[in-house]
Design a protein around this ligand. Structure first.
Ligand code: AGP
Length: 617
């Protein structure tokens, strides 16, 4: 979604801003712009479309300045054109703003300004007008005070940054329900919506907390609360290096991230089972736990809340928690959770799953649960993100930065995270012998090698993609742990190739969806060996009988049978545990989507209309 980078204190601020915006491209955007402040003028340059358009525009008017803010916009209010791109100015051109999020009361705020002309259709522009009016009303203009007064009037979600011509080396920023990072290194002040934009400059950063406002200058960063008192942000050190954010010879980030899965899963499993003190038997533990284990032992119901790919990982988590911990689990789309009346009380555990830890729908679902005094455990990839900070317990998926919009390594590590949580809940509830837990954990260590074997199917999958990349409609079917993977396979295909794809529980086909099958329809069936395999074979026969072309994803123990019914069979190694099967069976589907999309010439890493981190409702 939108990206922000602000720099003050280096002569080549424009180059730094452009480099930062480049690092934020992966978030998804449809226009880009920046403003520079030389103390005489605010100069805004902005263009619809890709960052190259902005860079080209700047080539014709080179600028040297030490202070500026840049933005990539993902349109919400107003079309993605030059006019609506950020930054926005007040009518006198003295104040500029860039903003991520949505100002929900912008129309009321505009009305309050009286008969004023606006230069854009955005919800953002009004804030520049308001800050300029505040400055006009002050005897000694103070940008921090003006911003503080304005943000007190805002409703909605924002990370927002202002510069004013009267204060040429200062950037003032405010945060509410949208991430904003600040930093200071070597006499330069920075702000950004995402650490990826700052990693070239420093690893020591601070995430502002909701309601905090910061003044950034070459001298340092000062953080305040809404009342103007000094406040402490969440300080941390980024633990991944620049290499992790580069393509390292792969054509796309998505392909690189698919191939990083053995390492990502290995890292996620590492050091989970250790002795609390010498001589004591090993126990599974969470990365962060701010809740008494005895409280978790009394849990009688679980909700898993998440969006998109993370939701699919949550569906696997449901199977694991019910199987191992014996607690009923509901998996719910996060954006629906708080708008009904979920029965949540202090004995309900809510698990929030998110790669970014900044998905606003998931954050809102988790805080709704906390309002009802339910403990929340998050499974997140980004250390220090909002969901990690606000949960009572955290499991980090050590996938490293995921840049491609289409989530791959975050998904497989999330599944591993939910398996660990299922075992952990079984442990605190006394549902498993320590030896059983240890045995399962030992077996899970085999997953990285098994993923490597699955990746070896790449050439075969590419040939299948060659054959099927023009089909208009693909149906995915699965049962039990295969169903979330069928859903994930369909999501991956539609989000990067823009082809219609749907997933169904294989047993539901005969209740309606089978009517869609006609000769040549591609059906991708998840059919590993296991307790539902025979049922899957029946469902495959049903669609085959109606003319579908079947691509079956099997395992060593199931492919001999599958070859009798399917047109193509991809054979995966047998997983070390049936519940770990999804980590393997999703690999061919990730590769299939990737190859279909590249063969169709689509922008794999930045698919149309999508954003990496969805910070608006
Ligand atoms: C995945 O390929 C998607 N881009 C999307 O569904 C994503 O999983 C979803 O927006 C949730 O994001 P999160 O994991 O960061 O919360």
């Amino acid at each position: 979604m939108c990206g922000i980078i602000g720099i003050t204190g280096r002569e080549d601020a424009v180059q730094g801003i452009l480099a930062g915006l480049k690092r934020l491209e992966y978030r998804g955007y449809d226009s880009a712009g920046l403003v520079t402040n030389d103390g005489r003028d605010l100069r805004v340059t902005k263009r619809a479309g890709k960052l190259e358009n902005l860079t080209r525009a700047l080539d014709s008017q080179p600028m040297t300045t030490s202070t500026g803010i840049g933005h990539t916009r993902w349109a919400t209010h107003g079309a993605p054109n030059d006019r609506n791109s950020h930054p926005h100015l007040d009518p006198s051109g003295r104040v500029a703003v860039v903003h991520n999020g949505i100002i929900e009361n912008y129309q009321a705020l505009k009305a309050g300004l009286g008969d004023v002309r606006f230069a854009s259709d955005t919800d953002t522009e009004v804030t520049a007008h308001l800050v300029a009016r505040e400055l006009d009303a002050q005897d000694a203009p103070d940008l921090l005070l003006a911003v503080r007064r304005v943000v007190a009037q805002l409703r909605g979600a924002y990370s927002i940054c202002f510069v004013a011509v009267d204060d040429p080396t200062t950037i003032v920023v405010a945060k509410h329900e949208a991430p904003l990072i600040v930093a200071h290194a070597d006499g330069v002040g920075y702000c950004a919506s995402d650490v990826a934009a700052l990693i070239d400059h420093t690893r020591d950063v601070a995430a502002l907390l909701d309601g905090q406002i910061a003044r950034i200058s070459p001298e340092g960063v000062e953080v305040f609360d809404v009342d103007g008192n000094e406040a402490e942000p969440h300080r941390y050190t980024v633990d991944w290096d620049l290499d992790a954010a580069e393509k390292k010879g792969y054509e796309h980030f998505m392909l690189k991230e698919i191939h990083e899965q053995p390492q990502a899963v290995h890292d996620t499993l590492l050091d989970r089972h250790t002795s609390p003190s010498p001589g004591e038997p090993p126990r599974l533990h969470l990365d962060e736990l701010r809740i008494d284990e005895r409280e978790l032992a009394r849990i009688d119901k679980v909700f898993i809340v998440a969006c998109g790919t993370s939701l699919h990982a949550g569906m696997v988590g449901k199977l694991a928690i019910e199987h191992w911990a014996g607690i009923p689990v509901d998996v719910e789309v996060a954006s629906e959770f708080r708008y009904r009346d979920p029965i949540v009380d202090p004995h309900t555990l809510v698990i929030a799953l998110s790669q970014s830890g900044e998905t606003v729908d998931t954050i809102a679902a988790a805080s709704h649960a906390r309002d009802q005094r339910a403990p929340v455990i998050s499974i997140v990839n980004v250390v220090g993100s909002t969901l990690a900070r606000e949960a009572d317990g955290v499991i980090y998926t050590h996938a490293g930065p995921e840049v491609a919009v289409a989530s791959t390594k975050a998904f497989t590590t999330q599944i591993v995270g939910t398996l660990l949580l299922g075992l952990y809940l079984a442990q605190v509830r006394g549902r498993m012998y320590a030896t059983e837990t240890a045995d399962i954990l030992t077996r899970l260590q085999q997953i990285p090698d098994a993923i490597t074997q699955a990746l070896n199917l790449d050439q075969e999958i590419r040939e299948l993609a060659q054959r099927y990349h023009d089909v208009d409609y693909t149906m995915f079917i699965g049962r039990h742990a295969g169903l979330p993977i069928a859903m994930e396979g369909a999501l991956k295909l539609k989000e990067i190739s823009y082809l219609h794809a749907e997933a169904f529980p294989a047993g539901e086909m005969k209740h309606g969806p089978i009517a869609l099958i006609e000769p040549g329809t591609l059906v991708i069936a998840l059919a590993p060996a296991g307790h539902v395999f025979a049922k899957m074979v029946s469902n495959i026969q049903e669609v085959k009988a109606r003319g579908a072309s079947i691509l079956a994803i099997g395992t060593d123990g199931s492919t001999a049978d599958l070859k009798e019914h399917a047109d193509h069979v991809l054979t995966l190694p047998e997983p070390p545990h049936e519940l770990a099967g999804p980590v393997l069976s999703v690999i061919p589907l990730q590769l299939f989507s990737y190859h279909v999309a590249t063969l169709r010439g689509e922008d794999v890493d930045q698919p149309r209309n999508l954003a990496k981190t969805v910070t608006v409702e």
